[in-house]
Design a protein around this ligand. Structure first.
Ligand SMILES: Cc1ncc(C[n+]2csc(CCO)c2C)c(N)n1
Length: 220
């Protein structure tokens, strides 16, 4: 059993809850309210800016050149994807970049991005990798799970295809291979730290979809 398989076993329940969440099932059956998807997409643009900064830190800590290339590319890509969102989805909805970037972050988005950046600034490479891995892996798994059903809503279909694409699959497989290679040199205690970050970030992935579905307000 590879280390990444052990990691995925730890989030089996979280992953099942993600697939069953009405935000995710609503993408394929078309029942997800457009307003909830819009809320999610705006929050995701804000998330991607922070995530990209975290990836730059991960690249700076990379122990080998190939890993540095992978995460520097990904850091750039997260910003390119954020801008592409502005150019397509947001333009269709009549939202300007200024409006999107002036939107306050919702509570679960603050939680998730603050956690990622704290780990990225403070912890060693293997732990940062554990925290950033669910972002790649869960989106790929969800993309693969949804693509055969597709969506009657063109915007949702476009979203599904992004994450079920071969180019995205290739990136995720590289990150997974790196995780397995890095794990070979870790002690049991170090592996446990990786696993704790992996589980925590996976919880935040669930909470991010739930944030979109609820259009999560600040209660105070
Ligand atoms: C909450 C949230 N989690 C994961 C992703 C997916 N994702 C974002 S950046 C990136 C790698 C670099 O492009 C990946 C896989 C997302 N969009 N939003």
């Amino acid at each position: 059993m590879t280390f990444s398989q052990i990691l995925f076993d730890r989030i089996e329940d979280i992953y099942a809850r993600i697939l069953a969440h009405p935000f995710v099932s609503g993408l394929t059956d078309g029942s997800l309210a457009q307003e909830a998807f819009q809320f999610y997409a705006v929050q995701d643009a804000l998330y991607l800016r922070e995530f990209s900064r975290g990836l730059s830190l991960l690249a700076a800590k990379a122990p080998e050149e190939d890993a540095a290339i992978l995460f520097n590319d990904s850091a750039k890509n997260a910003i390119v994807v954020e801008r592409a969102l502005h150019g397509s989805f947001f333009a269709q909805w009549g939202l300007s970049s200024e409006q999107v970037l002036a939107t306050p972050m919702a509570p679960n988005n603050v939680l998730y991005t603050s956690y990622l950046l704290r780990v990225a600034y403070e912890r060693p490479f293997h732990e940062v990798l554990g925290a950033f891995l669910p972002c790649y892996w869960i989106y790929w798994e969800v993309g693969k799970a949804l693509v055969s059903q597709g969506s009657p809503v063109p915007v949702y279909q476009q979203w599904i295809q992004t994450y079920a694409s071969d180019t995205f699959a290739e990136t995720v497989q590289r990150v997974l291979a790196l995780m397995d290679r890095v794990a070979e040199g870790l002690t049991e205690a170090q592996r446990n730290h990786v696993s704790e970050h992996f589980v925590m970030a996976s919880r935040f992935e669930y909470m991010f979809w739930d944030m979109g579905y609820q259009r999560q307000p600040w209660d105070i």
